[in-house]
Design a binder for this molecule. Sequence first.
Ligand SMILES: Cc1cc2nc3c(=O)[nH]c(=O)nc-3n(C[C@H](O)[C@H](O)[C@H](O)COP(=O)(O)OP(=O)(O)OC[C@H]3O[C@@H](n4cnc5c(N)ncnc54)[C@H](O)[C@@H]3O)c2cc1C
Length: 364
Amino acid sequence: MRTRIDMKKVVIVGGGYVGFEVAQELDAYADVTLIEQREAFVQPPATIRALLDPALLDQIILPYDHLLKNGRVVRGRAVSVSQSEVRLQDGTAHPADFIILATGSSYAAPFKPAADSIAAFRKASSDVSAQLAMAKSVAIVGAGAVGTELAGEIAVAQPEKDITLISSDTALFPMYPAKLGAELKRKLERLGVSVVLGQRAQDLQRMDMPYAGSVTLTDGQVVAADLVFPVIGSKPNTSLVQTLPGVKSTPSGRVKTDKWMRPSTCPNVFIAGDIADVGDGMTIVAISRQNPWLIKTLKHALKGKPVEDLKPYSPWKKAPILVPLGPSIGNSWLFVTVGDWITRKMKGKELFIPKYRKAFGLTR
Ligand SMILES: Cc1cc2nc3c(=O)[nH]c(=O)nc-3n(C[C@H](O)[C@H](O)[C@H](O)COP(=O)(O)OP(=O)(O)OC[C@H]3O[C@@H](n4cnc5c(N)ncnc54)[C@H](O)[C@@H]3O)c2cc1C
């Protein structure tokens, strides 16, 4: 029988959607170390509703204590990586046979923790929640999934507010069949949201957190609001992967890989999730396709077989998307546009909270 001492060492950096699941799935097959700078995982899809229902925070901040049965979660910030080890800010080195980097992305407050402090994240969320409760008018700049969901959540929970959702695109979700964006626009307008399309905000005062002020649009119109939310996308955290030899970024700020999700000249170092430009979006839906491939590939490699013998990763052609507007309504594209009932069942009602609590060894 193999003992843990004989097992190959897998070091994973980043305990987000990639890291926690890959670590858990490989825990029985390798000596796994998961390096994460925060003491807990935070579930971003539910940080939007937490602004309207602050008690949700206790449900979506999930400590790593019960994640792994055999391996370990090390709290620390990785600062460099080579073919054979990952080095932390405190000077410790973690030797590895295989390395997976999944350092994810940053987002404007209060939707993801800004740094390594969960207490600071809780405070940012509760401060904005209090400001939102007092605000009579709200402008949301950016109408991707986060902006659209935010507009819907606020309109459903606090219907007396004057909400403006601003997009530089001429339709909501222009990458999807027109029906998805048209239905969501119709539902938002029915909830009283003003949806302004084809207008860019010229003078966002901050990108990192909401503020009281105004935004000037391309046509000169000024939208004043008690709270302006900048929700213009995720910024990939690539400084760690850049310490590897031969890494190349793409214009999106993500990192190129070979066909087997390897970003450098080191054949045993893989990346996935928001930092990896493999043809997928920066979403959990993308990761739900990448993780099974990565787990299968690592299990194969752990047996000493060449990675190149396996089928390369192939991204979603067009990924499904679920867009709730509050707990009960919304639309989704699941290879066909669907409405309230499926969106509620699949995401809107529970926001996957029970699924992730279970994965982290917590009861409902
Ligand atoms: C508000 C919001 C709502 C969203 N809703 C959805 C949704 O409904 N559906 C969907 O598909 N996608 C959604 N997304 C996108 C989704 O959250 C991301 O795609 C996903 O989090 C990416 O996972 P990841 O594992 O690549 O990185 P992350 O989740 O960003 O995790 C990276 C982890 O790495 C850690 N880390 C980073 N650098 C270091 C380091 N040097 N050392 C140690 N640890 C480090 C971080 O602390 C973090 O825990 C949403 C995003 C936001 C902001």
